[in-house]
Structure formats: C-alpha cells, structure tokens
Ligand binder design. Structure first.
Ligand SMILES: Cc1cc2nc3c(=O)[nH]c(=O)nc-3n(C[C@H](O)[C@H](O)[C@H](O)COP(=O)(O)OP(=O)(O)OC[C@H]3O[C@@H](n4cnc5c(N)ncnc54)[C@H](O)[C@@H]3O)c2cc1C
Length: 299
C-alpha cells in the first residue's frame, strides 16, 4: 500500500460525513428511488443500460430482509411503469444470508419470480469469500426454475477457474469482475498482473462456451483484453456487455459505447450510502487513494 493511500485510509474516520457525501455523490445516484430512476433515464439517453442496487448493510433480522425484498419489488414495478432500461443487482447478505441459506433463497426466489413476471432480470452480486458457496448454490438452484437470473464471479479468487468449468456447461449468465473484498492469499491472487491475466483467461473460456458475460471493469488493459476476445471469437453485440460503476471513468464508458458495444452502468442508491462508501474505500486502499486524488483535483 503506498503512503498516500495508507494516509487516506487511516484518516477516513476523521473526514466529516458531509465531505464523504460530496465525494460519494459522484458514485451514488441519491437517497430515493426517484433519484436513481432519473440517473437511469440519463444513462439510457446516452445509449447505456443500467442495473439498480439498493445500498445497505447486511440484514440483521428476517423483517429487515423482507423489507429489502419489498423495496426491490417496488424498483421492478417502477422500472416497468417508467419504461426505463434497467435490471437489478441484489446482495445475498441484504436478503438474509446471515440468517441462513433457506431464508435467503426464499427471498431471492421471490424477487426473481417477480422480475420474471415483469420481463426483467436479476443479477446476484458476489460478496466476500464466506458467501461464495451459498451464492453459487443459490444461482444453480434458481436456474432450474428461471432464466432471468445471473450471478457474479471474481477473477481474484483461485477457485474461480474451477467454478467456471460447471458454469460454462450450463451457459451461465455471468458478470465477471476482479473482486473488491480484501481476501487472504490462500484463496485469492494478490498480484495485479496475475488477476488481469486470470480475468482474460476466464473471459475467453466463458465467451467461447457461449455464456453471456458482463465484462465489469474500468481498467483499460482488461477492456482491451475484452475487445480482443470479442473480436477473435467474432461475437455479436448481444452476446456480451461491458459494465461499469456509476461515476467511474465516464470517458471510458463513452469510448466503449461509441465503438458500438453494449454498456451497463451499476447505479447504487439509498439512505445507507455512508457505510457503503467508507467501507468500499477502506476495503480498497488503492481506490481510496484515487478517489481522494480525484477530490483534490475537483476542489
Ligand atoms: C458493474 C460492476 C459490478 C461489480 N460488482 C462486484 C461484485 O458483485 N463483487 C465484487 O467483489 N466486486 C464487484 N465489482 C468491483 C470489481 O470487483 C473491482 O473491484 C473494481 O471494478 C476494480 O477493478 P477494475 O477491473 O475496474 O480495475 P482497477 O485497475 O482496480 O481499476 C481501474 C480504475 O478504475 C478506478 N476504480 C475502480 N473501481 C472504482 C470504484 N468503485 N470507485 C472509484 N474508482 C474506481 C480505479 O481507481 C482505477 O483507476 C464490480 C465492478 C463493476 C464495474
């Protein structure tokens, strides 16, 4: 960790909430669903697609998880009523995973079923390594019943090369990302170059086997690998998409769309933006450093 990034992380608790809010406002659509829908409308106008995520800590009881289910159903109805082009991204821990697999499965299934009725799609985000088995199992079980569901895999995990073998056989709909959590070396690659190479390797395996992949990255090198693989395999634009987080490198977003590729923006919103923003920054010191540098440039 370089000194600047280390300093940003260690001073984080002293940064006033309003200042974190100013930094976060670029990356979070707002507190209300109406804010998020307005953001999606802008993205759609630019030619992009979106996926909506409600920010929040993990649910501490079943009632809280159920409330999150209802909020996601409200989003699905609003997407349909407003006619915007967006799906949703959900987190198993917000839907009761800490209370047990069965509670979470019931909640996720209920959202996926509602989405199917509204002709929409649900992406299950991937959290830290303690959630990986349950999240993949949930995806496997749901696919027996539904087509409108996808999951996320992380290129930094050593296990992903094995997971890809069964996922590609079932032509899984996947988002491939590098992984944002701080994981031990025993289970995750720590070297950036290896993660980039592993990402390209996994992407090629999946696209070649006919999986639909959301190529989620802001890294020019990984985007280049994606473009190269898409070209070499002669894929049509409806066989993959690029994905980026709201507020991160809008110029790269525009470059990718200008070249005719589908691009989906991950749009987080909600009242719980503060713990989300600080945790993301703490979990990724490099990111904390770049966000702070951006802020210094802006102010
Ligand atoms: C659409 C989408 C969905 C994701 N879903 C998940 C998930 O379900 N589970 C999971 O573990 N991870 C998820 N991630 C995060 C991902 O795993 C990486 O941690 C993150 O994208 C950084 O990797 P990178 O490929 O963008 O390359 P990097 O080389 O790490 O980043 C490239 C550039 O983008 C900037 N950048 C990257 N991320 C951010 C950010 N959040 N805010 C500000 N600047 C940033 C960096 O400063 C750097 O300049 C998702 C990412 C995207 C784009």
């Amino acid at each position: 960790m370089n000194l600047f990034n280390k300093a940003v992380v260690s001073t984080m608790p002293m940064i006033p909430k309003a200042l974190v809010g100013k930094i976060a406002s670029r990356y979070v659509a707002g507190e209300q669903l109406s804010d998020a829908i307005a953001e999606v409308q802008n993205i759609n106008k630019e030619g992009g697609l979106a996926t909506l995520d409600i920010l929040g800590e993990y649910s501490k009881n079943e009632a809280q998880a159920e409330q999150t289910v209802n909020s996601y159903k409200e989003i699905l109805t609003t997407i349909s009523d407003e006619g915007v082009d967006s799906n949703i991204s959900i987190k198993p821990t917000a839907l009761g995973l800490k209370m047990g697999y069965d509670v979470c499965f019931r909640n996720v299934r209920s959202i996926v079923k509602e989405a199917a009725m509204l002709n929409n799609f649900v992406r299950i985000d991937m959290e830290d390594h303690g959630c990986t088995d349950d999240t993949l199992r949930m995806y496997y079980e749901l696919r027996k019943e539904f087509d409108n569901v996808g999951v996320v895999i992380q290129a930094y995990l050593r296990r992903t090369i094995r997971d890809v073998q069964w996922l590609k056989k079932m032509k899984a709909n996947l988002r491939l990302c590098k992984g944002i959590y701080s994981e031990p070396r025993m289970i995750a690659y720590k070297d950036r170059d290896i993660i980039i190479q592993n990402y390209a390797f996994l992407l090629e395996e999946l696209l070649q086997a006919g999986s639909y992949v959301g190529i989620a990255t802001h890294c020019e090198e990984t985007v280049w690998h994606g473009l190269k693989i898409v070209k070499q395999l002669g894929l049509n634009r409806d066989q993959y998409e690029f994905q980026m987080l709201l507020g991160v490198d809008p110029e790269l977003r525009q470059i990718i769309m200008n070249e005719g590729h589908r691009l989906r923006v991950y749009v987080p919103y909600g009242e719980d933006w503060y713990p989300y923003s600080t945790r993301r920054l703490k979990e990724n010191p490099q990111l904390a450093g770049s966000v702070a540098k951006d802020f210094l440039k802006l102010s």
